[in-house]
Write a protein that binds this ligand. Structure first.
Ligand SMILES: NC(=O)c1ccc[n+]([C@@H]2O[C@H](COP(=O)([O-])OP(=O)(O)OC[C@H]3O[C@@H](n4cnc5c(N)ncnc54)[C@H](O)[C@@H]3O)[C@@H](O)[C@H]2O)c1
Ligand SMILES: NC(=O)c1ccc[n+]([C@@H]2O[C@H](COP(=O)([O-])OP(=O)(O)OC[C@H]3O[C@@H](n4cnc5c(N)ncnc54)[C@H](O)[C@@H]3O)[C@@H](O)[C@H]2O)c1
Lengths: 206, 206
């Protein structure tokens, strides 16, 4: 099972390949993919060989072939309905972010419990009462839910979502979520990103 | 030079060690560290050997020793002043996030260009006019800046910040930033996090 860090690298390789495709480049070397993803060429070859053989030594990887294969491996051959739980700062920033739709993730609904927020407009969406989550999911399922609530509400909401059929959660709340096997959870933590920078400050790249 | 993906794993190992320390656990095995960071035990041993030898086979790693060493490697032995550029949804969500101060990152100021926002209160801070960034940094330097502006304003602001002495940027804007060597940049992209989930949906963990 590829770990989240491997999958993030695959996403970065795919970005680079899509850019190369747009520039009409036919093949890329593992060194170019490595530079893009902050990995070593050996790591690139290891990542890609996990999923089958793609490149030939000395020639590199075929851009269209590898891009199509990575899209398939990452499950990007389809679009996903995404629902946002919490219409506060994080929730509304995500609802407005064009980067999701561009990658096949359609934000379909945004929910909140605050009476002052329910019924207000966030971009193309109207904030719905969180009490309706289950009924809405029974009518039209969603594969992914983003939890952007305060920490205290996160686990209870995760339980409701999993029970209603959601199988993947992007969690912003600063609490680890307990979910049954078969449910994917990705925790977002900006403090971790800052630690990447504090490392960079201590060891400046040449 | 350790890549960003390695450094993120080190941060996750440190989280786990700190939790173990709080629970009074004296040693941990590489398998426990691996499970926490979504890596393999061999990857853990490789990551840690890069920085010197810590554990003994069969005995595991000393929790206090390894935690102290990782804090030093990650540059967490000190506190960092962080400034936020952009007091919109992302900027204000970050200003309010307790996770930063807990890890040694003190949000010292938040800037915007919109007259309606300058002078308003965001948590403990008052939004300052972005025109004052250089003068403020000349008076009190900051190591890290977070760019939470629209894409169009991001590069120009990055140039100003680097010129004023900032050496690390956390970039939310959906544009790659061009910076001179020696400046660390970490791009945040939530679409990448969703791709980790779409992979998880296609390959559910057992
Ligand atoms: N991981 C990170 O890097 C990071 C950064 C900033 C904020 N956060 C976290 O993200 C979360 C959201 O932050 P924010 O700044 O948007 O907070 P916010 O207070 O602006 O928004 C939270 C919203 O959730 C709503 N809510 C509360 N309970 C709910 C429920 N049961 N169902 C639906 N909605 C509910 C509230 O009414 C509010 O509108 C917090 O947990 C915060 O700690 C994380
Ligand atoms: N990477 C991700 O996953 C992700 C998710 C959501 C949003 N975003 C991006 O983050 C950025 C901020 O998003 P948001 O929702 O907070 O937008 P927003 O419009 O709510 O806030 C942007 C703020 O920047 C201010 N601003 C504009 N030019 C400036 C300048 N030169 N100096 C200082 N401030 C300036 C604006 O006045 C505004 O208040 C956008 O680029 C958006 O695309 C990224």
């Amino acid at each position: 099972e590829a770990a989240a860090t491997t999958v993030r690298r695959l996403s970065l390789y795919l970005r680079f390949l899509e850019q190369s495709e747009a520039e009409g480049v036919a093949t890329v070397a593992s060194t170019a993919l490595a530079a893009r993803a902050g990995a070593s060429p050996a790591q690139v070859r290891k990542d890609l060989s996990f999923f089958g053989s793609f490149g030939r030594r000395g020639v590199g990887y075929s851009v269209p072939l590898l891009a199509a294969r990575l899209r398939e491996i990452l499950g990007l051959g389809r679009r996903y309905r995404v629902i946002l739980i919490g219409a506060g700062r994080v929730g509304t920033a995500l609802a407005a972010y064009p980067g999701f739709a561009a990658r096949g993730f359609d934000v379909a609904a945004i929910y909140d419990v605050a009476p002052a927020l329910v019924g207000t407009r966030v971009n193309e969406l109207i904030v719905r009462d969180a009490a309706r989550v289950e009924a809405d999911l029974a009518a039209v399922p969603a594969a992914i839910a983003v939890i952007a609530t305060p920490a205290a509400a996160a686990q209870a909401m995760a339980d409701r979502l999993v029970k209603a059929g959601v199988r993947a959660l992007l969690n912003f709340a600063p609490v680890p979520l307990a979910v049954p096997p078969g449910v994917a959870v990705s925790d977002v933590n900006m403090a971790l990103e800052l630690e990447v920078l504090s490392y960079g400050l201590k060891h400046p790249a040449p």
